[in-house]
Design a protein around this ligand. Structure first.
Ligand code: BGC
Length: 854
């Protein structure tokens, strides 16, 4: 038996944390039926043990919270675990973490550029942002140091260098967060880059999210100049510590980055010399909003060499990377001084192979050469693209171009392959959309909006977990969500919430007779559903506890809104007061049959009528369950009682006849999925739902909110055959239609490309409809969590003659769970410390850990 995958806060050896750590590990054993019988965890700082858990007779191996004496600031720790199993096996292993600032440790002062900077107009900017600013600081240090750490952050996106070389390969620090209360600072190990004697620290600051017009914070204290804060701590062999901190003696200047914008791109001019150093100004921002970065930093995670270069009928020279990707282009340029090279990024081509910008963001990088051959990659922007239109270069060779995927690195947890190329490509597309949209926060798309839409991640969380370990990533995002909750707990449509979305929310409120920013069904409910799905995927009760206040304040808002606002005067007040049926909602969003409707949000109205009350009920019902899990019995009873009256009101208003008042499939899907259908209507509703699909020629007609439940509901009403047909459908709208049309990521709209190949104005890289991947994992491969977190799993493949074999693995909290089936045989690998029930060919087997063949 051995231990592996030791993680602290679900990260590997994190440097610079300011939260109480939790620990996890995996057990690997050659023996079957291995269970952990006890563990003993110790934490030490190199000199003394600060926590010894003692021998704990428990099978817990994840989310074990540190329980020792208070950790010290800026200190490296090791933790070791000794595990015993039921076969008398013993194993030990250790890992590390290092704290950042846990006390009032900041002595550095915020310093701001004094270089005049015209302010951008409008919410989205125009790509004419001012130049990036480089801050410089010279300092001297003594010989004989053994460890040095730089703690730094900025208003803008920054890139630090020491003595002319980059410190590491992280990008776009300090990343995207609710800056008002959660501005991240980064911890860098600079031990090997410092030298005794003179040193120079450069911090180059582009606009990033903080200064970009579309993403800058809402707060009135918003600063409009690039600014930095740093503190370098040098630990000497003799035990002394020297601190060099930003203090106003820095200088600043502009250089080759003439303009940088997350949506419009960057202009980099090699011929523009660095300007004369200008003074900086010390500003007083305080340190109250600073948080050690809680997730692994954005990095270049994958490089894709260009596949081809061709010229369209219009004469556009187009480089194709063969894959939609979020990030940037790295290109070798060898051109005469003054040559201006333009790279315009786009996702899909016109029918005749031309350039097509399907988004209102410019996505354009411009490089001006000084005649020296160089490799260029923009510093302070990123794009969503498969193609770039290149102009200005006399010769364009594919070998010179590489696409760089920028994302928050996360451990891959799932691999899928089967005998069908279409399903394999669909899985790849899901994975790409996931990685392309998880840079710092979960986003809708990496092109036109790059926004933290709450609805998209709410519905996608289960699928995210079957592909990557998103625990630390989503924990951090939920902290941002809680920080963004407004008075009375309202969760906005995006987190972080930014000016354009605040404006949209206020406009919609005005139109719908509401006041201020109001909650949106299925979007704001991310406050409850995301932690719930995290718990289901990993057994993580810590997140439930931590997010409980945020969830309950959101649910209290739903209850109060239902009670205080009159939705429909045709309804008796005693029913109306339990229905969330006022304000603006996106409805299901992007239902194919509704897309033809014109006018502002006309497409959303019909489904909004059921989406709001149903999701209101759903959140409150889940909250009651969550309170029960946390042992909060009073809250459990209180919310369960609310849920009960809401369900009753929904049934008495929507479910009195043999069909729902809507002809949209999603109404049925959500009613079944949320257990709202009264027993006596079950048969009639199931029949009506199937009729709707049949009347639609066997095609789905659901949007964002109902699609994740569509196939499950069909299985539940006994029509698994229809669910399988929808999965295998190749006509539009369907998942495999996208694949057949050449998609390399998941489309936002079911009809993003017409059958004749004409692309529409859509994003081609939206993970939402990728939610199907979770269903394929559970139903086709047959891997299901028997209990939250897979302590017990249920393996029940739905073999189908359309597949001759299927293989799926899932790295659970306990380790790898794997299934491989052919028409004749099933192989299952069950991780240590878990058990499984296997259903195969009408038989049921109870098994322990290890590999099994049936
Ligand atoms: C985004 C979505 C988002 C939606 C809200 C769109 O523009 O791309 O994915 O959830 O707006 O309705």
């Amino acid at each position: 038996m051995r231990l592996e995958r030791l993680r602290t806060l679900h990260r590997t050896d994190p440097v610079g944390i300011d939260r109480t750590p939790e620990f996890s590990w995996n057990i690997v054993s050659a023996l079957h039926n291995t269970m952990q019988t006890s563990y003993r965890l110790t934490v030490d700082d190199g000199e003394r043990v600060v926590w010894d858990s003692g021998i704990v007779h428990s099978d817990q191996q994840s989310f074990i919270e540190y329980g020792g004496s208070p950790l010290r600031s800026r200190t490296p720790y090791r933790w070791s675990v000794r595990v015993e199993d039921n076969h008398n096996g013993i194993a030990t292993a250790s890992a590390g973490f290092e704290t950042a600032f846990l006390d009032d440790d900041w002595v550095g002062r915020w310093v701001e550029s004094t270089i005049p900077r015209p302010q951008a107009e409008g919410d989205w900017g125009h790509g004419t942002q001012p130049p990036a600013v480089e801050f410089l600081r010279r300092f001297e240090i003594r010989d004989g140091f053994r460890r040095a750490r730089l703690y730094a952050t900025a208003l803008g996106a920054y890139r630090p260098s020491l003595n002319g070389a980059r410190i590491d390969d992280r990008e776009l620090a300090p990343e995207f967060s609710v800056y008002r209360s959660r501005l991240y600072y980064q911890t860098y190990d600079v031990t090997t880059q410092l030298r005794a004697g003179d040193n120079e620290l450069s911090v180059y600051v582009g606009d990033g999210w903080y200064l970009c017009p579309a993403t800058r914070p809402l707060s009135h204290e918003l600063r409009t100049m690039p600014a930095i804060l740093f503190q370098l701590e040098v630990h000497y062999e003799d035990g002394s510590v020297e601190t060099i901190a930003s203090d106003g003696t820095e200088t600043c200047r502009t250089g080759p980055v003439r303009s940088s914008d997350l949506y419009w791109g960057e202009r980099y001019d090699e011929t523009a010399p660095f300007g004369d150093p200008q003074p900086v100004e010390v500003i007083h921002l305080g340190y109250g909003n600073l948080v050690a970065q809680p997730i692994d930093p954005i990095r270049p995670v994958e490089l894709l060499p260009a596949r081809t270069v061709d010229t369209s009928p219009d004469g556009d020279v187009i480089v194709d990377f063969g894959q939609i990707i979020a990030g940037r282009v790295r290109v070798r340029i060898d051109a005469p001084a003054g040559t201006e090279v333009t790279l315009e990024h786009f996702e899909v081509r016109t029918v005749d192979g031309g350039y097509f910008n399907s988004t209102y963001a410019g996505q354009k990088d411009v490089y001006v050469s000084d005649g020296t051959p160089r490799e260029y990659e923009p510093l302070f922007t990123f794009h969503g693209f498969r193609y770039v239109r290149v102009s200005g270069l006399p010769v364009v060779r594919a070998e010179a171009f590489t696409a760089v995927l920028l994302t928050t690195p996360k451990e891959r947890t799932g691999f899928f392959e089967c005998s069908d190329a279409g399903l394999n490509r669909l899985h790849e597309n899901v994975l790409w959309s996931q990685r392309n949209n998880m840079m710092s926060i979960p986003t809708d798309c990496p092109t036109r909006e790059k926004a933290g839409f709450t609805g998209d991640i709410q519905l996608y969380t289960p699928a995210a977990f079957v592909n990557e370990d998103v625990t630390s990533f989503l924990t951090a995002w939920l902290q941002n969500l809680a920080a963004e909750q407004r008075d009375h707990g309202v969760v906005p449509m995006t987190v972080p919430f930014t000016t354009p979305y605040e404006r949209l929310s206020l406009t919609m409120s005005e139109q719908y007779g509401a006041e201020g920013v109001t909650g949106i069904a299925g979007w704001s409910d991310a406050a409850v559903i995301v932690p719930w799905e995290m718990y289901r995927a990993t057994g993580n009760t810590m997140v439930l506890r931590e997010a409980f206040a945020s969830m309950s304040s959101w649910c209290d808002t739903i209850i109060a809104t239902a009670r205080d606002e009159r939705g429909s005067c045709d309804l008796p007040e005693e029913l109306d007061r339990h229905l969330w049926n006022t304000g603006f909602h996106f409805g299901e969003w992007l239902i194919p049959s509704q897309q033809q409707k014109n006018g502002d949000f006309e497409t959303t109205k019909e489904s909004a009528a059921y989406v709001a009350p149903f999701f209101g009920y759903r959140s409150i019902r889940l909250l009651a369950d969550i309170a029960g899990i946390l042992g909060l019995d009073d809250e459990r009873d209180r919310y369960a009682a609310h849920a009960e009256v809401m369900r009753d009101a929904i049934q008495r208003v929507f479910m009195t006849g043999d069909e729902l008042p809507t002809k949209l499939m999603g109404g049925y899907v959500l009613a079944f999925a949320f257990d709202l259908v009264p027993a006596e209507r079950w048969q009639a509703y199931a029949a009506r739902f199937v009729e709707l699909i049949e009347a639609n020629d066997g095609l789905l007609d659901t949007g964002f909110l109902a699609t994740p439940y569509l196939l499950d509901v069909l299985v539940r009403i006994g029509r698994a055959d229809l669910a399988i047909d929808l999965l295998w459908e190749r006509r539009q709208p369907s998942w495999l239609y996208q694949v057949d049309m050449g998609a390399t990521a998941i489309w936002e709209n079911w009809d993003a490309i017409a059958p004749d190949g004409t692309p529409g104005v859509s994003s081609f890289d939206h993970y939402a409809f990728g939610c199907i991947d979770d269903w394929i994992c559970r139903e086709v491969a047959g891997i299901r969590a028997g209990v939250p977190g897979y302590k017990h799993s249920v393996i029940a493949p739905r073999t189908d003659t359309r597949l001759t074999w299927c293989s799926r693995s899932l790295l659970t909290e306990f380790g790898e769970l794997a299934v491989r089936w052919t028409q004749d045989e099933l192989e299952v690998v069950v991780p240590c410390n878990t058990t499984a029930t296997v259903h195969w060919r009408g038989e049921r087997h109870e098994v322990g850990s290890g590999s099994h063949r049936f």
